[in-house]
Design a protein around this ligand. Structure first.
Ligand SMILES: [Zn+2]
Length: 417
């Protein structure tokens, strides 16, 4: 396809030479699901580990952050022992794009707490130990979700000391568990808080929309014991209605026995509010460097190309852009291993093609936003590693709906996640 030479692929608004790569674009023709499927899905295959191929030309590869050491610098128990509010200094390489520092605690994500860096350079990140963090490994994560290996040694965190001056009014510490919360994700937006004071106190938690300051919803937590960490989650809906994307913050108020009212501390201008988070309805499906195809690789390109091709190294993790129910998991001579998810509360079907091997979820499975579903591959009719992604209106994929251009959505999700 010499006609396509010199076309460009863009990533985050930057344009890089893409050569003739787009010639690899795969054209998916209207084929009812399964009609020509070869049934090659191998559900019993063990979960593969990501093995990255060389990235396609034009895809900008940023090194994964590397964490070499950490030490406690301020408000410490010792150089290796810290508590809530202690300032840690992390050293390593490629730390300049650090988005959050995750205190992993014990195995599993349930007790993970992430905090924004206070300061970051290429080699150093300063971070305050967030409320709710417990002893365990520390990792740093960049904006694209690339995570460093876990710190060695793990952090030893002791119980927080009371910040309240004896006899003074109650104070409240508040911390969200992560800086971004996705609708229908395995972990909803969660806040931890602790009331420092002498006695149990009545607590009210409000969710405030940052754009207009509106209180979106309120929880009455009742009587809350002092110095006892509490958590509360929000699923993204109010009165059954899914809320708009954007920035929100939890506001925790308490009225002490003496009638003194405390609210979580206001944050200095320019500093990251530990009670704030960004609520998003979708997560970008490729967890790694990628470049958008154009012309035949874009929607409507070539003969009836029904989706957008996005190039990434084979083995790059793929996550569900939106949770929902798996409609199809099959193999097709052109699409390769593919997956169709009926998005929760969208009416939209999301289609992922050319997976390296059968998807990690099965037909009928309930999938969460951001859940790992497979890896970028080049199965079927594809000469380069890429994700072919489609979005279809209700009632669904080759079932009365129609495909629409997913590129604007992909670009918007990419910017935010
Ligand atoms: Zn394609």
């Amino acid at each position: 396809m010499p006609r396509h030479r010199g076309m460009a692929a863009t990533r985050r608004g930057r344009t890089t030479a893409y050569g003739g790569l787009v010639a690899a674009a795969v054209l998916i023709f209207a084929t009812p699901a399964g009609a020509q499927g070869t049934g090659g899905a191998n559900a019993d295959q063990p979960t593969p580990q990501p093995q990255l191929s060389a990235p396609p030309p034009g895809v900008v590869v940023r090194p994964v952050p590397m964490l070499r050491s950490w030490s406690c610098k301020r408000n410490c128990q010792s150089s290796w022992s810290a508590t809530t509010g202690s300032m840690l200094r992390l050293r390593g390489k490629w730390l300049g794009r650090t988005y959050e520092v995750i205190f992993q605690g014990a195995a599993g994500e349930a007790d993970d707490v992430a905090a924004a860096p206070v300061r970051r350079t290429k080699k150093v990140v300063n971070v305050r130990v967030p409320l709710g963090a417990v002893s365990g490994p520390i990792v740093v994560s960049d904006r694209d979700g690339n995570q460093s290996a876990a710190s060695n040694p793990a952090a030893t965190l002791s119980a927080p000391v009371s910040l309240k001056a004896a006899g003074g009014p109650p104070t409240i510490e508040v911390q969200t568990r992560a800086r971004r919360a996705f609708f229908d994700a395995a972990r909803p937006a969660t806040v931890s808080y602790v009331v420092h004071g002498d006695a149990a106190t009545r607590v009210v938690v409000e969710l405030v929309r940052t754009s207009d300051g509106a209180v979106v919803t309120t929880w009455d937590a009742g009587q809350v014991a002092a110095e006892t960490p509490q958590t509360l989650s929000w699923d993204g809906t109010v009165g059954g209605r899914l809320q708009q994307e954007g920035r929100y913050a939890f506001r925790v108020s308490a009225v002490g026995t003496n009638g003194v009212r405390a609210v979580n501390a206001q944050v200095k201008k320019g500093a990251v509010n530990p009670a704030a988070f960004r609520f998003l309805r979708h997560e970008f499906p490729i967890r790694g460097p990628h470049g958008y195809g154009e012309f035949a690789a874009s929607f409507g390109g070539g003969r009836g190309h029904q989706g957008q091709d996005t190039f990434a190294a084979c083995g790059t993790p793929l996550v569900a852009a939106r949770g929902g129910k798996v409609q199809f998991k099959q193999y097709h001579s052109r699409a390769g291993y593919y997956l169709v998810i009926d998005g929760a509360r969208t009416g939209v079907d999301y289609t992922y093609m050319h997976l390296r091997e059968p998807a990690l979820v099965d037909e009928g499975d309930r999938v969460r936003t951001g859940q790992l579903i497979g890896y970028v591959g080049r199965t079927g009719d594809a000469t380069a590693c890429h994700l072919h992604f489609e979005m279809w209106t209700a009632p669904g994929w080759y079932d009365g709906g129609h495909a629409f251009d997913p590129l604007p959505s992909l670009l918007a999700w990419d910017k935010m996640s």
